[in-house]
Ligand binder design. Structure first.
Ligand code: FEO
Length: 397
């Protein structure tokens, strides 16, 4: 795809990765993009690069605007390899003596990744770089989402090059927020937040405060993934502010897997019981829902209800997978309850309880609900009533 001019003298020279379907555990059904930005002025700067596999396309995109060797500065906002994998090719092409701007941690982390003696320039927070008409300011954004993360603000056009923040794993021929459906874009943004940014919600608040304290006007946000926020930068800033509060609504997400449909029957009745109390409920079988879509649904839910049959004195493997993934993201402010069927040992409930408590979920009921083998009429009624008690607890919290 050809580079896109996003503003006077500023181009997106990034690439689409149409075929990626798993981004370290996160499902990417439309693929993603690795955005990189070229600023052509008296001095020429490249902000970020792309995944290694696409370095030829990056060079081609830059070459459509200027000969790549004319680049004076490379700016690396973040070390993760989807944005630096092409640095060796770029530095080799433009000359390894050219300054490579990054944060102090970026300098350390780039050296650990590429074992190269590039001409690093580790910036101070707030340091500026003058390109001519365009002046860049570097803003430290430690742990948003790596220790090396920083953002670059361009003063004349008021553009924030935001690295991973405000992005989406969303590939398309369009490049701007006003060219796609806003609800769909916000859904992808929410999924990205739920699966990448959630753990760093505190750092989001800090960044928004810094932007506010510095009085920075933002006309456009250029993330390193997905669409550029040209028309609605305020929409995604407000969404990040709201999402980082981790506020919840009257909603339950019910996650489960099943061996012989007993736990599934329980899930159906528990869901119905929760709904009967006027609470939105989203049953999500791990057979048909990806862990990253569950995290997206869970973001504003007041309660998580987890169901697992007992298998070999343990929980079902898909449940372990989900709990491990969720634990890393540390969702806050949630109630929880557990259930499951069993044969000769109902160990899954105790394991689920302990797991949820270790993640600071507030248990609605520590004993959970277990059913021996296949639920009969009475068992199904107990499940419905258990759902009602969960619904009531949500309404009272
Ligand atoms: Fe898109 Fe943290 O890399």
């Amino acid at each position: 795809m050809q580079p896109t001019q996003i503003s006077k003298g500023i181009y997106d020279v990034g690439v689409q990765d149409w075929n990626i379907r798993d981004f370290h555990g996160y499902s990417t059904p439309t693929g993603t993009t690795y955005n990189a930005f070229l600023i052509v002025d008296e001095k020429i700067a490249l902000i970020d690069t792309v995944k290694k596999d696409f370095s030829d396309q990056l060079i081609k995109n830059i070459s459509a605007i200027i000969p790549p060797e004319k680049i004076d500065y490379v700016i690396s906002n973040h070390t993760e390899m989807d944005h630096t994998g092409s640095l060796p090719v770029i530095m080799n092409c433009i000359g390894e003596h050219k300054p490579l701007y990054c944060s102090k941690m970026g300098k350390k982390n780039l050296a650990l990744h590429y074992r190269n003696k590039w001409n690093y320039h580790a910036v101070e927070n707030g340091e500026e770089l003058n390109l001519g008409k365009h002046q860049l300011t570097f803003l430290e954004a430690r742990m948003l989402h790596w220790p090396d993360s920083m953002l670059t603000y361009e003063k004349s056009e008021k553009i924030l090059f935001s690295s991973d923040a405000f992005g989406q794993h969303y590939a398309g021929y369009d490049k701007f927020d006003d060219q796609v459906d806003l609800d769909e874009l916000l859904h992808h943004s929410k999924k990205y937040f739920a699966n990448i940014i959630l753990l760093f919600a505190g750092q989001v608040k800090k960044l928004l405060k810094t932007v506010n304290d510095m009085g920075l006007t933002i006309n456009m946000i250029c993330p390193d993934h997905g669409m550029i926020w040209r028309k609605n930068p305020g929409v995604i800033i407000d969404a990040y502010d709201k999402w980082s509060d981790q506020a919840t609504i009257k909603k339950a997400v019910l996650v489960y897997d099943t061996m012989w449909q007993s736990t599934e029957k329980m899930a159906e009745q528990i869901s119905a019981g929760i709904a009967s109390e006027g609470v939105s409920v989203r049953p999500m079988s791990l057979r048909t829902n990806h862990r990253s879509d569950i995290m997206t649904e869970l973001m504003d839910a007041k309660a998580l209800v987890v169901g697992s049959p007992t298998l070999n004195n343990n929980v079902y493997p898909t449940i372990s997978d989900f709990l491990t993934y969720m634990k890393g993201l540390r969702p806050q402010n949630k109630l929880a309850a557990c259930f499951g069927s069993y044969g000769w040992n109902g160990a899954s409930i105790k394991i689920l309880n302990n797991e949820m408590k270790s993640m600071n979920f507030q248990m609605i009921d520590e004993s959970g609900l277990k059913i021996h083998y296949v639920p009969d009429e009475d068992g199904l009624k107990k499940c419905y009533e258990y759902g009602q008690s969960i619904g009531k607890a949500i309404c009272q919290s």
